[in-house]
Design a protein around this ligand. Structure first.
Ligand code: NAD
Length: 478
């Protein structure tokens, strides 16, 4: 049994009231460890440590801060295998995904922002009678709250820019997948991150997370998670005038036109549907296909999806591992039942998978559903599992209307070689991100985030460094 601890002022420490939660391995459905069930007192201690460390960290020359954060990146890569194994065990994702996507990207997050901080600059404005310049100063203590689907990847996507900008951090990783964040703290220490600069409090959202959001000394909250929790956090933090970045749920459309590069589209659409068991906020779960291509696509797609192998996350043969928790397993299956009630037809999947040797694990077959109306709950609500829907469309205008006709607006994917149509769609899509003839190809300098119920604010590149700094204008009379 592993016991995870909080990390405060450079040291691992037990939660003040000594309470712990069980930590489950989704592959086997069994408890393999414990994590702190922290409360407000733990958050107070972490914030106090961060506050004490802030002046020296903020004043540190950028080159020195760069060197430390770069060393964190190298420390993550030096521990690639151990971190990948931990991530896979904790979340149920395949070891291959953790090894090739999650952990390298966590290292890259630190490398990217370690470099970015050296180039971060602010504006100046000149007039004959005045010279104004903008200072961008770190905020102080900031809170970083992350979800379970890409645990270390998304946690470091917040922590790295927060530290690069000169803030001290109190992190709250998902209670469902706390293990790699726990291991990161040791890497931070070895890389020379001074005590108190990075702190971490484990526990549930309503207890530990909420205490962090409510803490008066915490100046900003960077949150990634569900729309429901994001709305609640906004309600708590907005009257306290905290800076807020909210990266929330999605129900992303994948618009496929008959003139697309078919083979590339098909291969990518299998990935964009079921990568990480469909538990990526960018997965294209609503697939809309131009009518002349619909039947061919359906046949080929269902054949490819049916051939995907669901199995133990550690097996190199597995394309899909387990979904993250029993609660999520039940939720995804309940949506499949609902799809049938709503008039949908299951083209493949639609049921749990029994993996030999892992009979109590939470495995679901990749599921393709057709025949659902646009207003059904399965089309309108985020399922966040290995479930996609197929719908035909006839015109560009109809495709756009269907794509936009949900409460979410994170990303969209468009498959076409028609330039005029591409511009029409990219202009009209109500999302923060559009992929054209590709999916999840990331350039960390680009703004990342959504509109509508998918959140407010942008992460990535300068946007992240601007979020984690306060602007102050200074004007000189000449
Ligand atoms: P969740 O909202 O349940 O939890 C996310 C984090 O918030 C966890 O650390 C949780 O403990 C914490 N939390 C929950 N309630 C809180 C509260 N009242 N106060 C403070 N903290 C609280 O989400 P989840 O189930 O962990 O993650 C899945 C969701 O995340 C999906 O909706 C998915 O779309 C979304 N997501 C969005 C993005 C994006 O970039 N937009 C990326 C990944 C995941």
């Amino acid at each position: 049994m592993s016991t995870i601890q909080n990390f405060i002022n450079g040291q691992y420490s037990a939660p003040i009231h000594g309470q712990y939660l069980d930590n489950y391995a989704p592959a086997s459905g069994t408890v393999y460890g414990q994590l702190p069930d922290s409360g407000p007192e733990d958050v107070d201690a972490a914030v106090a440590a961060a506050e004490a460390a802030f002046p020296a960290w903020a004043a540190m020359p950028p080159e020195q801060r760069h060197d430390i954060l770069h060393a964190v990146s190298e420390g993550i890569m030096a521990n690639l295998e151990a971190l990948a194994e931990a991530e896979s065990m904790d979340s149920g994702k395949t070891l291959r995904t953790a090894r090739t996507v999650d952990i390298p990207r966590a290292a890259l997050n630190f490398k990217f922002f370690a470099t970015a901080l050296l180039h971060f600059a602010a504006e100046s404005h000149h007039q004959p009678q005045s010279l104004s310049y903008t200072l961008r100063q770190p905020l102080g203590v900031v809170g970083c709250i992350s979800p379970w689907n890409l645990p270390l990847y998304l946690f470091t996507w917040k922590v790295a820019p927060a530290l690069a900008a000169g803030n001290c951090v109190v992190g709250k990783p998902s209670e469902v997948t706390p293990l790699t964040a726990h291991l990161l703290a040791d890497i931070m220490n070895k890389a020379g991150v001074p005590p108190g600069v990075f702190n971490m409090v484990h526990g549930t959202g309503p207890r530990a997370g909420e205490a962090l959001v409510r803490h008066p000394k915490v100046k900003a909250i960077s949150f990634t998670g569900s729309t429901r929790a994001g709305a609640h956090i906004a309600g708590v933090a907005a009257p306290m005038f905290k800076k807020l970045s909210l990266e929330l749920g999605g129900k992303n459309p994948n618009l496929i036109f008959a003139d697309c590069d078919y083979d590339k589209m098909l291969e990518t659409t299998v990935r964009s549907s079921f990568n990480n068991q469909g538990q990526i906020c960018l997965c294209g779960s609503r697939i809309y296909v131009e009518r002349p291509l619909y039947e061919k696509f359906k046949t080929d797609f269902v054949a490819r999806v049916s051939a995907l192998k669901v199995g133990a996350p550690t097996s190199p043969a597995s394309d899909l591992g387990a979904v993250v928790s029993k609660m999520h397993f039940d939720k995804v299956l309940s949506y499949i039942d609902l799809a049938i009630e709503e008039g949908g037809t299951i083209l493949c999947g639609g049921a749990p998978v029994m993996v030999p040797g892992h009979e109590n694990g939470w495995y679901i077959a990749p599921t393709v559903i057709e025949g659902l109306g646009q207003n059904t709950r399965c089309i309108q609500e985020e399922i966040f599992g290995p479930v996609v829907t197929l719908q035909p469309f006839d015109t560009d205008e109809e495709a756009l209307a269907l794509a936009n006709d949900v409460p979410y607006g994170l990303s969209a994917t468009v498959w076409t070689n028609n330039l005029r149509r591409t511009h029409f769609l990219t202009n009209g899509l109500q999302t923060g991100i559009v992929w054209v003839n590709t999916w999840m190809l990331r350039d960390l300098r680009t703004p990342f985030g959504g509109v509508k119920n998918s959140g407010v604010g942008r992460e990535g590149g300068w946007d992240a460094l601007r979020f984690f700094t306060e602007t102050k204008n200074v004007t000189y009379g000449l």
